[in-house]
Design a protein around this ligand. Sequence first.
Ligand code: KG4
Ligand code: ZN
Length: 365
Amino acid sequence: MSRQGSFGQEVPARRKDEQNTQGRKILARKILAIESSCDETAAAIVQDGRTVLSNVISTQIPIHTLYGGVVPEIASRKHTERINQVIREALAQAGTALDEMDAVAVTCGPGLVGALLVGVAEAKALCWAAKKPLVGVHHIEGHICANYIANPELEPPFLCLVVSGGHTHLVRVVDYGVYEILGKTVDDAAGEAFDKVARAIGLGYPGGPKVEEKAKEGDPEAIAFPRAKVDGNAYDFSFSGLKSAVLNYINGCRMKGIPFREADIAASFQAAVVDALVSHAMLGAETYHEEKMAIAGGVASNGAFRTAMEEACRKRGIAFFSPPPILCTDNAAMIGCAGYYDLLRGRQDDWALNAYPSLKLGEAR
Ligand code: KG4
Ligand code: ZN
């Protein structure tokens, strides 16, 4: 069975997602995807939604490390400097050219407005010059779709816990592009808490991977940090109380002249975050009788979190899905996958596409 047909050619269907809602065959075989919402300049070539032909990521971490966090103006400037080269590399690594693309997908929100604008303007320019269809993609939808790339058999419905630097969302993926948000953080996102705690214990930026590394030398039960419950919605999260508890603990030790172990703080903090994430996800899975559970976003690359989720799902007979760590943090392959499903549903953008820094999941652009 050949799957190498050219643009518009009929291709035998493999999964239900390979026909759009009008029963038409796929019309976007190869997508050039662009991501520039925060501190990674990324481009990828994705074929048929789930096959990654190239995935180039140029990280700005070394620059922002000097300032202890992402500086928006610097992020925009660096995206502008790098984006053309990153796209050229993505096309070259895939052995293809812009002319051979069937569409261009780009993250249009949420994120840093100046950073997003660089990607959106680039995508519009390429589509104008090469006469290609354009599709603006929701960044969090991209994170969720990273699971499709890593797990070719995965199809909706499933539950997905999205944990990134800006979002902590428990989402029911009802169908391709159809989301029901069960709960979200009422204050800090989980990744944000990792970043703030890392700064407090002097580990610097980016916080998540550094806390994870430090936690390996510590005792997760050394300090009993609180597990917050949010009044009202049982699926909502809260991490600012935990972050304050860590800061108070450090200040208390300093004032009393008591030495503290950074590794124990990192391990105990990480255990509290993982506990909150896993318990909310399992409550959702049990209540909604979900058979499939996925994770997504930068924090989903955390080994302790992945292991705890896998174990909790195994105990309940729930199939567990996760992208490899490189597809959890920001990348363009996930944007190509999400763009494919947008196009499949008949969504397409025009020159009015803008950057939407606070775009909500499922919101019309
Ligand atoms: O998804 P992502 O790359 O960007 C956003 O969309 O926000 O997530 C970045 C967040 C940061 O807060 C970072 O500290 C966190 O993910 N993160 C981690 C790990 N790797 C990245 N948190 C915990 N453990 C990690 N290994
Ligand atoms: Zn992200």
